[in-house]
Design a protein around this ligand. Sequence first.
Ligand SMILES: Nc1ncnc2c1ncn2[C@@H]1O[C@H](COP(=O)(O)OP(=O)(O)OP(=O)(O)O)[C@@H](O)[C@H]1O
Length: 584
Amino acid sequence: MRELQHVNKYFYKYRYKLLAGILITIVARIFLLFTPELIGNSVDVIDNYRKGITTDIAVVKSELLINILYIIGAAIIGGIFTFAMRQTIIYVSREIEYDLKNEVYQQYQRLSLDFYKSNRTGDLMSRISEDVGKVREYTGPALMYSINTVTLFIIAIFLMFRSAPTLTLYTIIPLPILSYFIYILSKAIHKRSTIVQQWLAKLSTFTQETFSGISVIKSYGIEGSTNSDFDVLAAESRQKNIDLAKIQALFYPLMIFLIGLSNIIVIYIGGKQYIDGEIESLGVIAKFIIYVNLLTWPVATVGWVTSVVQQAEASQKRINEFLKQEPSIKNQNTEPSLIEGAIEFNEVSFTYPDTNIQALNQVSFKINQRETMAIIGKTGSGKSTILDLIGRLYDVTSGEIRIDDTPIKALNLVSLREHIGYVPQEAFLFSDSIKNNIMFGKEDATEEEVIAAAKNADVHKNIKGFSKGYDTVLGERGITLSGGQKQRISIARAIIKAPQILLFDDCLSAVDTETEEKILNNLRKITSGKTTIIVSHRISSVKSADKIVVLDDGQIIQKGNHNTLIDVEGYYKELYLKQLTENQ
Ligand SMILES: Nc1ncnc2c1ncn2[C@@H]1O[C@H](COP(=O)(O)OP(=O)(O)OP(=O)(O)O)[C@@H](O)[C@H]1O
C-alpha cells in the first residue's frame, strides 16, 4: 500500500464527502439488516399460531401486516441510502480520477523531449487511462464494498450470535473459503483480461496503421496479405477472449455453490438444533438463511477487493515512476527575461542521448539582433539540431549558447520560448479549425491579425477558397491540406506571435519557387526587426540572408554571405551552380 499513499492527499481533499459517504453506507446496511429479523419474526408469528400459542387469527394477521409494512419501509429507506452511498463514494472516486489524470497530464507537459523519446506513446496513454482507472477502482468501489462488508459483517454476526451462537459458527465457516476462491479467481481474471487488452491494443495499432497507410496498401495491391495478417491477429485475440470467458464463467457457479453449501449447513445444523430444542423457534432458521445470502456477496468482495487493491498498487507504482521524474531541461530562472535576439554559439557540440549520434561538433557562429542567418547543408548534417538547441529542447553536450550575451541556461525558459517562433520541418496541425490552428501562436489574436498572418504566409487565398473559410476544420474529420498549404499555415502560426527570434526549418520545401519568393518577400518585411534563422536546401531561400553557414556532418565548413560564398570553391558554389542549371 506504500505506492497508494500518493492518493491520500485526494482522500483528504474530499474528506467531508467521503465521511458522509461512509456514514450513509453504514445507515444503508443497518436498514438492510432489518429484513432478516422481520422475516424471522413473521415466521415465528405463523409458527406460534400453528403451535396454538396464539389463537386469535386477527392478531396473527395484524402482526404479519405490521412486519410486512416494516419490511417495505426498511427496503425503501435502505434503497434511498444505497443510492446516496453510490452518489457520494463513487462520485468522489470520479473526482479523484479526474484530479489524478490532470496531475499525470501536467507532468507529461513538464517533461522534456528526451522523456518522449525513451517512452512509447502507447505506454504514456495507458498510464493516464488504464492505470488511473485501476486506481479509481481502489478509491471508489473497493472502498465502498469494504465499508459495506465490514458494517454488514459486524452487525449481522452480532445479531446472529445473539440468537444462535453455535449455528452462527457453522454458518460462517464456508465464508473465508469463498473469499479465498474469489481472490484466486479475480487474480486469474485480471491476468487474462490484461492479455485481452494487450491483444486489443495490437489489433487497434494494426488497423490504425492500415487506415493511415490505405493509399500505399491499395496502390501496391496488398489488400489480400493485409487481410490475412489481420486474420492471424484477430484469431489470436479471439482465443484470448475465449480463455477469459472460460474463467469468468466459473465465477457465478462458484458463488451459487458456496451459497448453496451455507444454506444446506443452516438447514441441516439449524434443523437438528431445533429438533433438539437448542433453538427456540423456526424463525431463527428462516432469518439465518437470509443472513447467509446477505453475507455471501460482501464476503466474496473481500477477495475481489484484495485483488483490486493489488492491481491499484501496481498501477500507482507505474504512475509514481512518471510523477517522480524531473524534466532534464530545468528552468533555472524564475524571473522573466527580456529577449532581444542576439544568438551566439561557442564551440557547441551535441550528442543525442538516446542514439549517441553526434549531431554537432564544435559549432561556433554569431547572429546579431535583427540579422538573418541561413543554414544550408546536406541531409542529416545537423541543421534542425541547431534550431532545437536555440529553443532549449535539448541542452548542449559541450560548449555554450548565449542569447543577448547571457548563457541560455540562465534565461527564464518560458520567456525564451515565448520569444521564439518556430516553424518545424514537418508542419503539424491540430484537428481543429484553421483559425484556431493559426491562433495557437497567439491565443488572444484578433480576426484581422489572423488574416494578416495568413496573407503574409501567402495562404489567405487558399483559405478563402474553402466554403467555411477560416472555420474550416482540419484533420481526420475535416479536410486534408496539401503539404505546401500545411507549411504556410504553420508559418502563419509562427509570425502571428511576432516573436523576437524566428526559426524556419526547411519550411518552404513543399511550395513552388514563385510562392517561395512571395513568402520570403513578405517575411523580409515582417521580420525586419527580428532575428531570423532559415534552414533550407535551396539557394533561392538563403541567398538574401545577412549570413550563411554551410554545415557538413555536424561541422561548419563554410561561412559568409551569398556573394562571398559563390566566389569560392566549395559546397555552396557547387549547389548554386547545380540549382541554377536545374532552374533553366
Ligand atoms: N531526436 C533525435 N534523436 C536522435 N538522433 C537524432 C534526432 N534528431 C536527429 N538525430 C540525428 O542527428 C543527426 C542530425 O540530424 P538533423 O535533423 O539535425 O539534420 P538536418 O541537417 O536537419 O537534416 P535534414 O536536412 O534531413 O532535415 C542525424 O544523424 C539524425 O539521425
